[in-house]
Write a protein that binds this ligand. Structure first.
Ligand code: SAM
Length: 260
């Protein structure tokens, strides 16, 4: 039992690696979340490997599929299987039964959105789709607000404005955001601006979206409490200045506070 995860284009059919094409050709079958969509890709590259349907509702077909096709190449609707789609469940199923899993590198929507955002993305958090409503959604949004890394969110056109409005309430309408739409497609667009402006811009959202929200600036430290705590630890003079700077107080201000 061998599963090969094959990333497929997120729009532009040229975004597929030579190795991915070979894996699709050499597999015993290609299992696809949406066979109509995958048929277009296979036809474009003259690949005649049998195509079978496999999504989260048909995972119980796996034993018979593997019995018939020992090497299955798995493709989801678009991008990398396992990123916000049923790929991860399939991987867990195969690993739990002692099968092998190979994951090919390739297209995924969040990477171009992240790097095109213009934010400092040396570290980032990937949220994928937020829970649709309720306490879970509220808690997730609160965690995003508290995170010190930029956050990547996948969103549907139907929910884009709701999510932008909630983010504007949490971060403030002036907080920056990048909204990548229809990446690699004819109407590709990367909007870079404020959350309030994004709401103005996307009045009738169409297409597929990735949001990148940079972290809120750190809250200024409560200087009086900080000074008390550091003095209680016996710090004074230069040591006190350094401790204040480490806690986020600008150096000039730290000198003034330490001398008081
Ligand atoms: N597995 C995919 C990946 O690797 O990115 C993600 C699959 S998820 C079901 C689909 C979501 O990905 C869309 O709702 C959208 O948020 C994002 N997405 C996919 N293609 C996109 C594109 N061309 N432009 C912008 N976002 C895209």
């Amino acid at each position: 039992m061998r599963l090969v995860l094959v990333p497929t284009p997120i729009g532009n059919l040229e975004d597929i690696t030579l190795r991915a094409l070979r894996a699709l050709k050499e597999a015993d079958a290609v299992a696809a979340e949406d066979t109509r969509r995958s048929r277009v890709l296979l036809d474009r590259y003259g690949i005649t490997t049998p195509l079978v349907r496999l999504d989260q509702h048909t995972l119980d077909r796996l034993p018979s599929l593997f019995a018939r096709y020992p090497t299955l190449a798995y493709v989801t609707d678009a991008g990398t299987p396992g990123i916000s789609d049923p790929g991860a469940e399939l991987v867990a199923w195969v690993l739990a039964r002692g099968g092998s899993v190979e994951a090919l590198p390739g297209p995924t929507a969040f990477v171009p959105a992240l790097v095109a955002s213009g934010f400092d993305v040396r570290r980032f958090a990937f949220e994928g789709f937020l829970p649709k409503k309720g306490r879970e959604r509220k808690e997730r949004l609160a965690r995003i607000r508290a995170d010190d890394r930029p956050t990547v969110i996948y969103e549907s056109p139907r929910r884009l404005r709701t999510t932008l409005a909630e983010l504007a309430r949490l971060f403030g309408a002036d907080h920056p955001v990048a909204v990548a739409r229809e990446l690699t497609k004819r109407h590709e667009e990367v909007f870079r601006g404020r959350l309030g402006e994004a709401l103005e811009h996307f009045r009738e959202p169409r297409g597929e979206f990735v949001l990148v929200v940079p972290p809120a600036p750190p809250a200024p430290p409560d200087e009086a409490a900080l000074l008390d705590a550091l003095r209680a630890r016996g710090l004074a003079g230069r040591d006190l200045v350094e401790a204040l700077v480490e806690a986020g107080v600008p150096r000039n201000r730290a000198y003034r506070l330490a001398l008081k």
